[in-house]
Design a protein around this ligand. Structure first.
Ligand SMILES: [Zn+2]
Length: 111
């Protein structure tokens, strides 16, 4: 049997470094979405109160609203990835990989 890197079936997602890296980032965002949203919100709120606590200028609402929007985007993205509506595609079956260490569709593993 010849062993070319394009031969199927693949043994692991880690054979494809870019996919493995994308999956790593995706998993990080999904499993830390609440922390990411809360921490970023707390940091922005802290800075705004610190810098402009006495200000009545409404422009200071903008960063707060922006970080709320960011938190919402992260949460919605995580939800969609969990339901496999968006996200990284499995290199073997071309379906959404999901958040596990194995492809939800074909079971291709990632170390
Ligand atoms: Zn798959």
């Amino acid at each position: 049997m010849n062993e070319s890197p394009n031969d199927f079936p693949m043994r692991s997602v880690d054979d494809l470094r870019t996919v493995a890296a994308q999956l790593g980032r995706q998993r990080f965002v999904v499993s830390n979405s609440r922390a990411l949203a809360l921490v970023s919100f707390a940091v922005v709120l802290f800075i705004v109160i610190r810098v402009a606590g006495d200000s009545t200028n409404r422009v200071w609402f903008l960063p707060v609203i922006a970080v709320l929007g960011f938190g919402m985007v992260v949460s919605i993205y995580s939800l969609l990835v969990r339901f496999r509506l968006v996200g990284v595609r499995c290199p073997q079956c071309n379906q959404r990989f999901g958040t596990g260490v194995h492809c939800a569709q074909c079971g291709l593993g990632q170390r």
